[in-house]
Design a protein around this ligand. Structure first.
Ligand code: SAM
Length: 268
């Protein structure tokens, strides 16, 4: 426990049992989570998706390269690693990982320079998440948005969609579609020109809306999803021209945020 940082904001401790000075690859892996130019990906699934969707990978670090290669051969035989694996001893691995990881790989890639304007201009549906509090939920929403071929994901608030926990929750699928964060409601969403020539239809997901039916959500709609505890704020909901509810059995208060996104994208 003593050598495990509490959060990614902390620097992992130096490896006590690693006698050699860290290489440039290890240095980058240790600090990438604090550098907005980089993305840290944990695990084979995130590595697999990042490579498939064109990530600019700089470091692949593993304490057990043969096991990593075996896992890749089993889970992603189509994926060729763009850089050689950097092998590390267990002390260095623990220092970089910061905690037990189930999978023997950490990948560092360049963060794609995607801004809010690029997300707003993306063809297809946009998923707009208001102030998500749980990075795992945020990641799961990105994952299903990518799977359902949504145009992009925009986070309104302070949660970073490229945080390692969100990247893990999305299995690295941030690389599959434009994803960005904005501190405040992007006014261009309702006033600007969307991919089909006018402003996008804006649809709120809220338990108080009208029952969701197939085809209710336009192919270029922005789908607004509220925060975990409080749901959509009045300030954001006011931008929606339609509010839809996913029917639930009496007594059930709400669906998980990412589950609601999944239902809306696949059934709406
Ligand atoms: C965990 S829920 C928030 C629950 C919150 N207590 C509320 O009443 O809105 C997070 C978000 O998921 C979406 N959501 C969850 N269940 C839903 C449902 N049955 N119909 C429509 N949207 C739903 C909404 O956008 C909601 O703001």
């Amino acid at each position: 426990m003593a050598d495990m940082p509490a959060a990614y904001g902390d620097d992992p401790p130096e490896a006590a049992d690693h006698p050699d000075p860290p290489t440039a690859a290890v240095q980058l892996a240790r600090h990438a989570h604090r550098d907005p130019a980089y993305v840290r990906l944990e695990g084979v699934h995130a590595l697999k998706h990042a490579v498939r969707f064109g990530a600019d990978v700089e470091v692949v670090l593993s304490p057990d390269p043969p096991r990593l290669h075996a896992l890749l051969a089993e889970l992603a035989p189509d994926v060729g690693l763009p850089v050689p694996v950097t092998p590390v001893d267990m002390g260095t691995w623990r220092a970089v990982a910061g905690r037990e990881l189930p999978s023997p790989v950490i990948t560092i890639a360049r963060r794609p320079p995607v801004g809010v304007a690029e997300v707003l201009a993306a063809p297809g549906r946009l998923v707009v998440l208001e102030d998500p509090r749980h990075l795992g939920n945020l990641g799961a929403a990105v994952r299903v948005a990518a799977a359902a071929s949504a145009g992009g994901v925009l986070v309104v608030g302070d949660a970073d969609p490229w945080h390692p926990t969100a990247v893990r929750g999305a299995a690295g699928l941030q690389f599959a579609l434009p994803v960005a964060r904005t501190a405040a409601w992007p006014i261009a969403l309702t006033t600007g020109v969307g991919p089909s020539g006018g402003p996008r239809p804006v649809v709120a997901l809220d338990t108080g809306g009208t029952s969701l039916r197939a085809g209710a959500i336009a192919p270029d709609a922005a789908i607004l999803v509220g925060t975990e505890r409080g749901g959509l704020s009045a300030g954001i909901r006011q931008h929606a021209e339609l509010t839809v509810a996913i029917p639930m059995r009496p007594g059930v208060a709400s669906l998980n945020l990412a589950t609601a996104v999944a239902v809306a994208l696949y059934a709406g």
